[in-house]
Ligand binder design. Structure first.
Ligand SMILES: [Zn+2]
Length: 266
């Protein structure tokens, strides 16, 4: 069994401020280590359930946050950014049996994580797909569905866990954090790790045929920017149009084009 894990940092246990997610800050190494520990736990859970190969994408910031030596030896770690439209799932293909998300966070426009954002907190106010707020989870969950890969597991803040359940109720989730304004209420970091290992294993032992989600036939992507001059420029992307002074709309029937557009319009 071959498993893919995509990892972010803004949904790991205890995180509550932007400086904790920025590599230049003194408080970053602790959270990079917690991110690594949570991913290592998910890898172990996958191996306990029979995975012989686990691919991990370090999908935060520079893509170079985790300590590779702390991951089990049957993992392959994807560091840095290729520039491919699959972004946080770079390297994934139809040969994977299931996917898990670790350290994921609420979408831009949500109040369920002090670090809620979608792709860029600097450029983007919010993104919507078919009228629903688009999180980084949802963007890549549709990609997994596009490739026919079942989504087994997600850990992160409580808001993104609820969103994953809404996407497919059979996704096993572990909420390690809960946001309230600029604060977070968190599980103990060791307990978070134990739960992630256990529940990732349980997720993969389940009937994964229930974790497939049907894709919509048509996609309408709306991107609202913090700066209206950015919206003007990106409204000139092929197929995009101006929706309001600070937002654009892009429509397609092919989900690959949503992945491509979200690579160029941020
Ligand atoms: Zn991140």
């Amino acid at each position: 069994m071959k498993i893919y894990i995509s990892a972010d940092i803004e949904g790991v246990a205890g995180i509550a401020a932007w400086e904790e997610a920025r590599s230049s800050s003194a408080s970053f190494p602790y959270f990079a280590r917690q991110m690594t520990r949570e991913v290592a736990a998910a890898c172990k859970g996958a191996s306990n359930a029979g995975a012989d190969e686990v691919w991990v994408k370090d999908a935060h910031g520079s893509g170079r946050n985790m300590d590779p030596s702390m991951l089990p030896e049957n993992t392959r770690l994807i560091r840095g950014w290729s520039g491919h439209p699959y972004k946080m799932l770079h390297g994934i293909d139809k040969t994977f049996h299931a996917i898990g998300f670790v350290g994921y966070h609420s979408h831009g426009g949500a109040n369920t994580n002090p670090l809620a954002h979608t792709i860029s907190s600097v450029t983007i106010d919010y993104m919507k797909l078919n009228g629903e707020y688009l999180s980084e989870f949802l963007l890549h969950a549709y990609l997994a569905s596009y490739l026919g890969i079942p989504i087994a597991f997600l850990s992160g803040d409580k808001g993104i866990c609820q969103e994953a359940k809404k996407f497919n109720k059979n996704i096993v989730t572990v909420a390690v954090n809960e946001g309230a304004g600029a604060s977070s209420i968190s599980l103990h970091p060791n307990r978070a790790i134990r739960l992630i290992e256990k529940e990732m294993g349980n997720a993969l032992r389940g009937d994964l045929s229930q974790n497939h989600t049907e894709l919509p036939k048509h996609f309408k992507l709306e991107i609202a920017y913090n700066d209206h001059t950015v919206a003007y420029r990106y409204s000139l992307y092929p197929g995009a149009r101006r929706n309001s002074p600070n937002s654009i709309v892009f429509e397609t029937d092919d989900y690959y084009e949503i992945m491509r557009a979200t690579s160029f319009l941020v």
